[in-house]
Design a protein around this ligand. Sequence first.
Ligand code: 5GP
Length: 183
Amino acid sequence: MKEEKIRLHDKTFKPYIRHERILDAVDGIAREINADFHGCDDIPVILCVLNGSIPFTGELLQRIDFPCQLVSIKLSSYQGTKSTGTVLNVMGLTSSVRGRRVIICEDIVDTGNTIVALKEMLLDKEGASEVRICTLLLKPEVYDKPDKLDYVGMEIPNAFIVGFGLDYDELGRNIRDIYVIDE
Ligand code: 5GP
């Protein structure tokens, strides 16, 4: 891992989680999901929450060993480095999930506003038969919802991070490692 700090827009970030460690977390999640869905006779939906979860979902998908369908959705609750608290449904689902079991793949859960609103929408409005939440990263100090997070790759402190899909105003998504803001 490069030890250098990086600069995105007006902020500096320092190395935090290396790519290999991220992939170890994806391995762990995939093992749990495969164990839970082994031998299923439905075709569960792997739901990629765009854009941040693209690298995570891509890695996870390659490790899933039961027949599944990839569907995407675009939501937004973040501008800059602070959650706005409102979850906007920016783009609809790329395919119907009615009657299907859905595994939401999220890059990071912070307050949980996004994931909980999405879960409710999928169950109440989109007619999913079951919704499980899978997130690569969780900030447990901030998460304040009663909803169970079914699969969690790694817990991290409450700090703003970028890389591996996560952006700061659209920059940084292409970086392999994860970097944390250098206050
Ligand atoms: P929540 O609704 O749980 O408060 O926020 C979830 C969304 O906010 C994530 O999908 C992600 O887009 C964004 N987010 C939360 N924490 C971070 C962070 O540390 N860095 C970046 N880049 N985005 C974050």
